[in-house]
Design a protein around this ligand. Structure first.
Ligand SMILES: [Zn+2]
Length: 411
């Protein structure tokens, strides 16, 4: 079995010309910090480290509060409080009490915040976002400060923007076996003959402006002036309310490819996406590279995420995107058998490489095309900051920003 990298071939150069010409080829690849298999999903992994977000310092420190970061989308500011607590004792009560004190203190430190999100982890197992799951999470809009401050463990279930691990339904899923490094272009893993067949199908679909194979979606109809915005790797505290606010202000709709383990701990953000008119889609449970996994594990990664997302939103999940863009015939077959359409993209400005606002925005605008599918990541500050301008510029170019389901048309 050989690995055949599409983006290194002449055909792929044509297919992904926009991606390749918009970025100086980064080389060599950086060393990736390894984590436990499937356990670590770095924030915006890329060729360059992201800029640190601004932080707040509390006048009176609160034990357990590790960091308070905040970010603006140009209209509103949102903060995220990271708390770690020793395990043992009445953990839920301690988590809630510390979260309440920290949220109140955060608003005292910065009154202009529109929302404060909070994640509480066990101190002994904390390994960053994507490590072992938190004990508790909450999202507190400014209008609900008093309500959150008055909650007890007993009344917490009545607050729809909090999650407690001890009260969550367990998700049955086999442990993931692969570690996901920085994202790359779509990469077909298989024999050279299989890769050529895949390229041919993709090239034909591009020429025709639709899919030749109904289980894979590469591009919308070039006869319409519609573009699908897609955001991968959600959902995240801090970033989710900012990106949803930017989209709401501009009236654009988008599709969010969500990692199951993130949806589990931040279910209220998944519901926000759908209630605001956007679409949720499947990006596996652990954000792992699929081709090297067993068929049973691949199926588990897809179905557990579908079950979770459907349970939260009541919607059938129609689209799936393989993490890192790595797919194979086996991955496509399993997705198809689960009723999922594998969704690729026409434009990848490489926002996760932290290449700067202007570069991302120029790359996006210079490659706008009818029927295009734009790949972005919601947890990249540059992407958050340019979203308002980008949507306005796309509108000025008479483009309509729609979900993948709208771009694909009825089933
Ligand atoms: Zn991803």
């Amino acid at each position: 079995m050989s690995t055949f990298r599409l983006q290194n071939t002449a055909v792929a150069l044509a297919l992904f010309a926009s991606t390749l010409t918009s970025l100086a080829q980064p080389a060599p690849l950086p060393r990736v910090v390894q984590g436990l298999p499937g356990s670590v999903q770095p924030i915006a992994p890329g060729y360059r480290a992201g800029q640190a977000l601004p932080t707040l310092t509390l006048k009176t420190p609160i034990p357990g509060v590790r960091k308070i970061e905040y970010l603006s989308n140009g209209f509103i500011e949102v903060a995220h409080v990271l708390i770690t607590l020793p395990t043992g004792g009445s953990r839920d009560a301690a988590a809630l009490l510390t979260a309440q004190r920290a949220v109140t203190a955060t608003w005292l430190a910065r009154a202009t915040l529109s929302e404060v999100d909070v994640s509480v982890y066990g101190a002994g197992s904390y390994a960053g976002f994507g490590g072992p799951p938190p004990i508790m999470t909450a999202s507190v809009p400014a209008t609900r400060q008093a309500e959150f401050a008055g909650l007890t463990v007993r009344t917490l279930s009545g607050y729809d923007r909090a999650w407690l691990a001890s009260a969550a339904q367990p998700i049955r899923i086999s442990p993931a076996e692969a570690y996901e490094g920085p994202e790359t272009g779509p990469t077909y893993v298989g024999s050279a003959r299989q890769a050529l067949a895949q390229q041919r199908a993709q090239r034909l679909s591009g020429l025709r402006g639709s899919r030749t194979d109904s289980s894979v979606f590469y591009q919308g109809d070039p006869g319409t002036r519609q573009i699908a915005l897609t955001f991968d790797d959600g959902v995240h505290p801090l970033y989710e309310p900012l990106i949803l606010d930017a989209l709401k202000r501009s009236g654009a709709r988008a599709t969010f490819f969500i990692v199951g383990r993130n949806a589990l701990a931040y279910p209220y953000f998944v519901r926000d996406i759908v209630t605001q008119g956007h679409e949720v889609a499947n990006h596996t449970y652990h954000h792992v590279r699929l081709p090297s996994l067993t068929a049973a594990t691949i199926r588990d990664e897809l179905t557990s995420t579908d079950v979770l997302l459907t349970g939260l939103t009541g919607q059938d999940i129609r689209f799936f995107r393989p993490p890192g863009g790595r797919f194979s015939g086996k991955v496509l077959d399993i997705a198809r058998s689960e009723g999922l359409i594998t969704a690729m993209w026409t434009d990848d400005p490489g926002d996760f490489n932290n290449i700067g606002q202007a570069v991302v925005e120029n790359s996006l605008l210079s490659h706008l095309r009818p029927g295009g599918i734009v790949l972005l990541h919601e947890n990249v500050p540059d992407t958050i900051r340019i979203m308002g301008d980008f949507v306005n510029d796309a509108r000025a170019g008479r483009y309509q920003l729609v979900t993948l389901a709208e771009l694909a048309g009825p089933k």
